[in-house]
Design a protein around this ligand. Structure first.
Ligand SMILES: *[C@@H]1O[C@H](CO)[C@@H](O)[C@H](O)[C@H]1NC(C)=O
Ligand SMILES: *[C@@H]1O[C@H](CO)[C@@H](O)[C@H](O)[C@H]1NC(C)=O
Ligand SMILES: *[C@@H]1O[C@H](CO)[C@@H](O)[C@H](O)[C@H]1NC(C)=O
Ligand SMILES: *[C@@H]1O[C@H](CO)[C@@H](O)[C@H](O)[C@H]1NC(C)=O
Ligand SMILES: *[C@@H]1O[C@H](CO)[C@@H](O)[C@H](O)[C@H]1NC(C)=O
Length: 370
């Protein structure tokens, strides 16, 4: 059907320029300008993915993704692709809280974020403010007001946009974060519960433990719900990473004692270990001293290994089995959805073993086993 004339025009720089004058004028980076319209439809259930770097996003399971939180560099290709798939791309929002106690400073911070989102054709903002706050302090009220005013501004300026807020696994002033959780949850679209780093404050013996033990995780949701927050305002965050702890001593029963590294008032913390991506864990577990072991109290896998210097380590992580146990809770209790820190921690290479492992991590989000 290709006609010589139109073929010539389709390829000519003049033609491209003419299209651009009419369509690219607003700076839309997508070949189809309708992809620069904000996403304004809301789906029954959310799958929120934190994007941090690189081009792994091309291999995400886009049949599930509803929101990408941009925690890496803005990539216009990602914007166009997300919109093509009907998924939102939202900004990251973080600010020192003393800077937004003053209402005028707050307003100008919000206005700047709205403008940035608009100029990049984005669909909202994910507020990730993990600072410690004392109940009743100026920051306590400033933060609640920030969430409320950010939501109002985004919803008004970008119809259909989404404003969300990240919270610790439990509302009990974990890590000194004594926020007005009900006020925050009420004013934004949903809160993203970071059901990980749950050993950030170890008050008992200093020993290695699961990043996201099932019971502790669920007790967190129960507390949010007891505060009066509706399950539909809660999105569960699961970890796609684990912790590698050097053991001071490793006992026969697999107890691994760890160095005392205090955090926000607690004598011990997971800062004694270091975070390790699931992709790396999968390359290490089979050749470790123990292979994959399962802790039936914490409902999490772990393994022990010895490094090149002879130091013993214990690695705690989450895999499709432990994640499915958590995602089942999302379905049973009617939470708004699920998400993970972060989308780029899996092995997206074309290696067949990696492909299978990566696919089952995505499938584990569905809360129905594999
Ligand atoms: C939602 O988006 C569509 C397409 O981008 C647009 O035509 C429509 O006006 C929007 N609706 C609202 C309520 O903003
Ligand atoms: C509040 O805004 C004023 C005016 O822009 C600025 O000078 C001041 O540093 C800001 N305060 C804080 C705490 O950021
Ligand atoms: C929390 O915020 C809400 C909404 O602003 C407010 O009504 C409520 O009084 C606040 N609660 C506390 C304990 O500060
Ligand atoms: C590790 O072992 C498991 C279970 O035997 C197997 O399914 C997996 O493919 C192995 N992984 C690698 C990288 O060889
Ligand atoms: C988990 O919590 C429930 C209720 O809070 C308790 O009955 C149960 O024993 C706990 N399970 C484990 C394995 O600790």
């Amino acid at each position: 059907m290709a006609e010589l004339g139109s073929g010539y025009w389709a390829l000519s720089p003049l033609f491209i320029m003419l299209i651009c004058v009419s369509l690219c004028s607003a700076g839309c980076p997508c070949t189809d300008p309708s992809l620069c319209e904000p996403i304004n439809s809301t789906r029954d259930s959310e799958v929120l993915v934190f994007y941090t770097r690189g081009e792994n996003w091309k291999f995400y399971d886009w049949s599930q993704v509803t929101t990408i939180a941009l925690f890496g560099k803005y990539d216009p290709q990602l914007l166009c692709f997300a919109h093509l798939k009907g998924a939102r791309l939202v900004l990251k929002g973080d600010v020192p809280l003393q800077d937004i106690v003053d209402p005028n400073n707050r307003t100008s911070w919000i206005a700047q974020k709205v403008e940035l989102a608009k100029s990049q054709f984005m669909d909202g903002i994910n507020l990730d403010i993990e600072q410690s706050v004392l109940k009743g302090s100026p920051e306590y009220y400033g933060l609640t007001a920030l969430v409320q005013e950010t939501t109002e501004a985004f919803h008004r300026e970008i119809p259909g946009s989404q404003v969300t807020f990240d919270v610790a696994w439990c509302p009990d002033c974990v890590d000194g974060r004594c926020y007005n959780y009900t006020g925050i949850a009420e004013s934004c679209d949903f809160i993203f519960v970071m059901s990980y780093d749950e050993q950030s404050q170890i008050w008992t013996e200093c020993e290695a433990g699961a990043n996201s033990p099932l019971n502790k995780t669920i007790s967190g949701y129960e507390k949010f719900i007891q505060l009066g927050i509706e399950p539909k305002k809660l999105v569960m965050g699961v970890p796609w990473y684990g912790y590698d702890y050097p053991c001071l001593e490793l006992f026969q029963d697999n107890k691994c004692t760890i160095k005392e590294v205090p955090f926000r008032g607690a004598p011990c913390s997971d800062a004694a270990g270091r975070q390790i991506p699931y992709s790396k864990i999968m390359k290490q577990v089979n050749s470790s001293l123990t292979g994959r072991l399962w802790d039936d109290v914490q409902k999490s896998p772990f393994y022990n290994y010895k490094d090149a210097k002879g130091q013993l380590h214990q690695v705690w992580y989450d895999d499709p089995v432990s994640i499915s146990l958590k995602s089942a809770y999302v379905k049973i209790h009617g939470l708004r959805g699920i998400g993970m820190w972060n989308g780029d921690l899996l092995d997206y290479s074309r290696n067949p073993i990696a492909e299978t492992q990566t696919k089952s991590m995505w499938n584990a989000l569905k809360g129905q086993g594999n």
